[in-house]
Design a protein around this ligand. Sequence first.
Ligand SMILES: C[C@@]1(CC(=O)O)C2=NC(=C\c3[nH]c(c(CCC(=O)O)c3CC(=O)O)Cc3[nH]c(c(CC(=O)O)c3CCC(=O)O)/C=C3\N/C(=C\2)[C@@H](CCC(=O)O)[C@]3(C)CC(=O)O)/[C@H]1CCC(=O)O
Ligand SMILES: NC(=O)c1ccc[n+]([C@@H]2O[C@H](COP(=O)([O-])OP(=O)(O)OC[C@H]3O[C@@H](n4cnc5c(N)ncnc54)[C@H](O)[C@@H]3O)[C@@H](O)[C@H]2O)c1
Length: 402
Amino acid sequence: MRLVVFSGTSEGHALCRFLSARGAVADVYVATEYGAAVMEPMPGVAVHEGRLDADGIAALVDAETLLVDATHPYAAAVTDNLRAACARTGAQYERLLRPALDAAGVAAVPDTAAAVAWLNAHPGKVLLTTGSKELEAYTAVEGWRERLYPRVLPSVPVLEKCAALGFAGAHIIAMQGPFSREMNAALLRQTGATILVTKDTGASGGFAEKLSAARETGVTVLVVARPCAENGRTLEEMQAYLAGKLGLAGPARAQRESLPRFPLFVSLAGKTCVVFGAGRIAARRIGVLRRFGARVVTVAPEDRACVGLTHCRGYEKSDLSGAFLAVAATDDRTVNRRIARDCAARDIPCSVADCAAASTFFFPAVCEGGGLTVGVVSDGSAHGKTAAAAKRIRAVLEEFDD
Ligand SMILES: C[C@@]1(CC(=O)O)C2=NC(=C\c3[nH]c(c(CCC(=O)O)c3CC(=O)O)Cc3[nH]c(c(CC(=O)O)c3CCC(=O)O)/C=C3\N/C(=C\2)[C@@H](CCC(=O)O)[C@]3(C)CC(=O)O)/[C@H]1CCC(=O)O
Ligand SMILES: NC(=O)c1ccc[n+]([C@@H]2O[C@H](COP(=O)([O-])OP(=O)(O)OC[C@H]3O[C@@H](n4cnc5c(N)ncnc54)[C@H](O)[C@@H]3O)[C@@H](O)[C@H]2O)c1
């Protein structure tokens, strides 16, 4: 049974960590680059990014697929598409729920239109924490330019949208949550808001911190209800269900990571090996790969170690096409992670210079002499030992030279 998770939420992220730690293999789909970037590389978990409609989803799943819908409780359209694609293909649909919190004593409306009507009946400045998607609808609030302070994600498209709608810079709060009670209270005081509008985003959405901050500052809370009541499993229930269904044992990750790496001696003659970065580490590896006859493609915006660049620019996904293996040796951790993820999605072995856990192959210390080749790697925790052992092995191999 193939496991596919549609995520982008913290509970989806937690489920992926649970699965990876138990040695499960899963394809995870997130809608945005932002969603992909917050997923750290995890063994067995391949992250794919992009928005998919029902046809796109149906093309990914079949009757052998178990699809976990861990999308946001307010992403109703995505959930509809996932359900439709599963119904059409025979894939099993499982909904990961974010439990609603009990929010007694706050005003509640069924949807965005009702929230706008409510705000038109209640004056005062508003801290709007419902995200950027429905922002346009809120421009129907009377005096919105002066009254509304939307809090949105700090991504360029989102900020462009805010600007295009006509929100002034002094009114846009661009920051990534989760937010503490103190932070919410400070923002309420700073903006002079007397109303806080929120969705019922549950515990991981920081709902409780919004409620307590509003209580502390005497601000009225308006909750926009979830699109519909849903059936499904909570995170704990889903973990237990999948562990049973997939026969997952206890946490196997530590065990798997300490397993020694198999020394696979392959011919690199004419094979395309892509190296990202052109610093000290990249230069050392490019030298080794060239010595073994590989066709080395080098990509970096700056050739610090004079390796000779194929592409003088930053990493692009298309650089991986046709690659037999890849080495991520830039000095930018985010870029190295991205390369690791993109390689995992394409089954291209990748050595990641700043993250042993994300490496699907380890670049060995190569020792040669007397017609022998020895590759040395550690369990990923003792690179100093690797270098020291390699030095001694090189001396031994010299004895075989005639
Ligand atoms: C064998 C060798 C091949 C080569 O690089 O050519 C190699 N590392 C070598 C040297 C070395 N590595 C490091 C230092 C400086 C500090 C120190 O001395 O400790 C030095 C010394 C130096 O550079 O002089 C630090 C380091 N290395 C990795 C991390 C990240 C992490 O652990 O997560 C960090 C922390 C860096 C950071 O976070 O910034 C990760 C990896 N390094 C690997 C290979 C892969 C596993 C092989 C294994 O474990 O045995 C692996 C997992 C992935 C990969 O890169 O493929 C080469 C010996 C060459 C030779 O002697 O011929
Ligand atoms: N595995 C190892 O053996 C080992 C040893 C020491 C350090 N490290 C790690 O290796 C990494 C590289 O170390 P270094 O000393 O070679 O660094 P460096 O600073 O000398 O070189 C970094 C290179 O990355 C390039 N780069 C930056 N952004 C890029 C992008 N978007 N696309 C492509 N290339 C990009 C730069 O232009 C530069 O050529 C660091 O993360 C370091 O922590 C690994």
